[in-house]
Each structure stands twice: as C-alpha cells, then as structure tokens.
Design a protein around this ligand. Sequence first.
Ligand SMILES: Cc1cc2nc3c(=O)[nH]c(=O)nc-3n(C[C@H](O)[C@H](O)[C@H](O)COP(=O)(O)OP(=O)(O)OC[C@H]3O[C@@H](n4cnc5c(N)ncnc54)[C@H](O)[C@@H]3O)c2cc1C
Length: 280
Amino acid sequence: MIPAEFDYVRPGSIDEALAALRDGGEDAKVLAGGHSLLPLMKLRMAAPTLLVDLGAIPGLNGIERANGGWRIGAMTPHVAMERQTELGLASKVAGTIADPQVRHRGTIGGSLAHGDPASDQLAILLACDGSVVVRGESGEREIAAAELFLDYLTTAVADGEVLTEVRLPAMDGYGFGYRKFNRRQEDWAMVAVGALVKKAPDGTCEDVRVGLTHMSSVPLRATAVEQALRGQPLDPNSIAAAAEQAAEGTDPPADLNASADYKRHLARVLTKRALTDASA
Ligand SMILES: Cc1cc2nc3c(=O)[nH]c(=O)nc-3n(C[C@H](O)[C@H](O)[C@H](O)COP(=O)(O)OP(=O)(O)OC[C@H]3O[C@@H](n4cnc5c(N)ncnc54)[C@H](O)[C@@H]3O)c2cc1C
C-alpha cells in the first residue's frame, strides 16, 4: 500500500501548474482531493512521477450564480455543493457521495476529470446539459458534458490540461429526484438515476431529463424515457410506461454486486421512483 516514488509541486497559479505539467511530461498528474488518484497509486495501478497539487491556486474553489446558471470552481469539495441547496439536484446528489471525509476532500473537478462511471455527479452534468472549462498552454476551451466522457476513466480533458470550472444550468422550475441503489449507505452506486421534470401549466410533462449512473462505461442519458414522457400527463401510468424504457441503449458492467440484467432491472425501478419524486 505504499505508492511508487514521485515528486510533488504546489504551484500558486494555473500558469505555473501548466508549466509544471509540461515539464513533467506524460507521467505528471494533477492532484485535487486525491481520493481517487491516491488509492490508485497505493495499489500501484497508477505511478505518476510528478504530482501537481492544485490546492494553493486561488479562484478554483467556490460556487456562484452567473448567466442563468452556476459556476462551480473545479476544486470545490462535494460538501460545499451539498450545503448549497439552491443547486437543487446537484446538491442532493453531493450529499449521497460516500462519507463526510470523502465529501470534504473529494472535488467536483476531480470527479469529472477522472470519469468513473460509478461517480454520482457525471450523469447529473449530462442531464442538465452542463459543461466544463479547461485550460491548457494553448488557451481555454469549454467542453459540453455530452463530449466529455469518452470511455471508462477516460475523459476529453487532455494530458497537460487543467479543468478549472464547471458550468451547470440552473434548471429553475424543474422538480428533481435522485435514487441511488447500494448495499450499504456509503457505498458507490450499483446503479443511480437522476431525474428532472418540468410541468406544463396543464399538468403534462413539458420537459424531462434522466441521467443514468453505472449503466455503461460512461454516464448516460435515458433518451428513450425522456421521449416517452415528454408531452404526456405526469400520472403513475405514464411514468411507469416511460420508466420501462430505462435500460434501452445501456451496457451495464456486471460486477461482484450485480449482474448486467439486475442492473437493467434496477434502472427501470429507480427511474420510476426518481421520476415520481421529480413530478411530485
Ligand atoms: C472510499 C471512497 C468512496 C467514494 N465513494 C464515492 C461515491 O459514492 N460517489 C462518487 O461520486 N465518488 C465517490 N468517491 C470518489 C470521490 O468523489 C473523489 O473525490 C473523486 O472521484 C475524485 O475527486 P478528487 O478531487 O479526489 O480527485 P483526485 O483523486 O485528486 O484526481 C482524480 C483524477 O482526476 C485528475 N484531476 C483531478 N482534478 C483535476 C483537474 N482540476 N483538472 C484535470 N485533472 C484533474 C487527477 O489527475 C486524477 O487523474 C469515493 C472515494 C473514496 C476514497
């Protein structure tokens, strides 16, 4: 459980961090909360030769409302999002992540850059059509959530780039629900479903978003569910019929906790419950 030897720097600005990453080459890694990277290093599944700690860079930690959405600094810990209840679904989801220690150390930027499909906030960013901002030596670019998650633990944040900010649409007027299934309260999700529902004045479904966690090597939108429910009455029958589509287009990884079929079953059940919560 002792990692391979590595060097460590704690730059005071993004420019210094980018220079350190360039000088460190392909074996240099950004360090945020360390709650995914350090376990991998201790298991010798990752062996970076240089860690570039973002902890001393000003301006990367905080949540503010701007342009009809939220700007969340990459180094913002999960607990800060949990406490900012105006974030709605993302706040509720942050409160379900592991235990207080993980929520105090782990960051939203680290979670999104790491791209673990069992992580809770990825499918929420996707469902809200959010984005992230990354800085590299050639400048800044914005990556839409739909373009961010490429494969298991693989995101569009390139080596040598730093994710600096998360942009989350406010989703004002949407009800929300989050259902996460795990064996023990603080475990990772076997499957989780986040739902957002906007009601039309006549009570029908004006818009709906459903994000699926751990149903593939990347987070997914349950587009078949969304299409089935949009424009329909928000009653138990329509919700149940739409939720039946939740496993469409998924490819859930079987693991020690659940077979792929069981995860498909979970997706349908949790989608029904999350949509019911969001419509209430
Ligand atoms: C016991 C335990 C239980 C957990 N349970 C859950 C859970 O239920 N749900 C959940 O969602 N998460 C869970 N986590 C993970 C936790 O949320 C981590 O915080 C998160 O996965 C990574 O965030 P971090 O800040 O710790 O990143 P780090 O571990 O520091 O970094 C992770 C990876 O992302 C890269 N990276 C980090 N920040 C940036 C950046 N700003 N720009 C570019 N690259 C960056 C690093 O180089 C590294 O490759 C758990 C962790 C532990 C230890």
